[in-house]
Design a protein around this ligand. Sequence first.
Ligand SMILES: Cc1cc2nc3c(=O)[nH]c(=O)nc-3n(C[C@H](O)[C@H](O)[C@H](O)COP(=O)(O)OP(=O)(O)OC[C@H]3O[C@@H](n4cnc5c(N)ncnc54)[C@H](O)[C@@H]3O)c2cc1C
Length: 503
Amino acid sequence: MTQPASLDVLVIGGGNAALCAALMAKEAGCSVRLLESAPKIWRGGNSMHTRNLRCMHDEPQDVLVESYPEEEFWQDLLKVTGGLTNEEMARIAIQDSSTCRPWMVKHGVRFQPSLSGALHTARTNAFFMGGGKALINAYYKSAEQLGIEINYNATALDVEVKDGVFVSATVAHLQSDGSSIQETIYAKTCVLACGGFESNIDKLKEAWGQNEWGEWTADNFLIRGTRFNQGTMIDRLREKGADIIGDPTQAHMVAIDARAPLYDGGICTRIDCVSLGVVVNKHAKRFYDEGEDFWPKRYAIWGRLVALQPGQIAYSITDAKAVGRFMPPVFEGTKANTLEELADMIGLDRETFMQTMNDYNASCKVGTFNHTVLDDCHTEGLQPIKSHWAIPVTQAPFYAYPVKPGITFTYLGLKTDKTAAVHFSGQASPNLFAAGEIMAGNVLGKGYTAGVGMTIGTAYGRIAGSEAAKAVLAHQHQEAGFEEFRPIPSLATALEENVSEEA
Ligand SMILES: Cc1cc2nc3c(=O)[nH]c(=O)nc-3n(C[C@H](O)[C@H](O)[C@H](O)COP(=O)(O)OP(=O)(O)OC[C@H]3O[C@@H](n4cnc5c(N)ncnc54)[C@H](O)[C@@H]3O)c2cc1C
């Protein structure tokens, strides 16, 4: 016999996926309690840093131009993941992205057209007016109005799971004097939406280990978002036999300004001028094709590329011609009148740096420079090549931006299915669900395409909330609680209902 639970749905986490789950469960008539590890001012996890959601659409839709059909979205995902994705789960997320926005608007989220210079996304991505912070605030306001109980400074430490059935969670409530009070919360169902393990440097170090130069690679990582995604629940669930998916070193990683803070630097620390110049490592050598493809398709590989360089640092070098062609980062670049002076100012070996720059400049076969197409400006006889936008860096003033790996979120997480149920030895739990980063690895084995994090979190947050509500209903018909696994009603039906309601 399990302890009777009066609470219907316990949601662990306080970002986009958690709020979507909580709101859906509440709308379905459940009592819902949400635990956010952060204090109120830092609520919202990585979601508060976001700007947009990737959406499929067959024709122009409010802020989205032209069309972005399901097949194109799927092919984009297939390409970046190299096939490391669950097609059924991915297509469900893609389909949900075409119908979720009216529901989001109902809960106070507002959209705006793409900003110019924002990764060429007017067709594919719907931007949140006021950014992720406004989205999070709107969801919390709606949650409060609907009567969802919200606990801040409430960190889930452990969960009790019996034979794949969620029983309770142990939670630490941080007090204003720094002490904490523990509580055991019983609930009929639970949704885990508490992020990946990207904020946990020790775990990142464990995953990345030492490189060929004896350096602990992750020592030089910066965390672009929240400090609260420590991966505790992934560890606890693994210990309890939950199935795990993903490679611990796979993550969304961007090259960000090396001067950014360890946590929460957010979007404004990203360095977006890579394709307009060259990038050199601390030995003043180039190491990758800066013009391989459009920046939105390549920005997320540069964090990893820099992570593999000695000292995990690199320098993005541009000249006067790049100014105005990219979104300037929050920190100013180092500015110099000559390349020699620039090398001295950033502490690179002048001779090697000049050799690198002179070799690059001499190899540029300049055609018609056009940053909005894959143009014909490329290098010849240079390794590594620069495939597009290769024009000599010769016009003073010259700029250098130091870059380090900025980790956005990790992909290792809980194996789930199309109902968002957590799996134990291949079997779906009847009352434990997961949404957002903690299960994103099911869809994103590697790679990334801008805005898909929120697509996955919104879709599976909404699914987890409605599946939890269905499980509560099933629970009500079974007084003794969950004693054995039972099949969960098909998700497809719920989604179809949603589509017709919102059309
Ligand atoms: C700078 C930046 C910009 C981004 N821009 C975009 C974008 O424009 N579009 C896009 O699609 N994606 C973007 N992403 C990725 C996006 O943020 C994530 O994919 C998405 O927010 C994940 O949502 P989530 O709810 O799963 O996680 P989060 O929003 O991180 O929420 C996790 C929550 O769990 C809480 N938590 C953690 N552990 C516990 C615990 N043990 N107990 C209780 N609570 C806990 C945290 O405090 C947090 O509230 C960006 C990320 C960053 C960092």
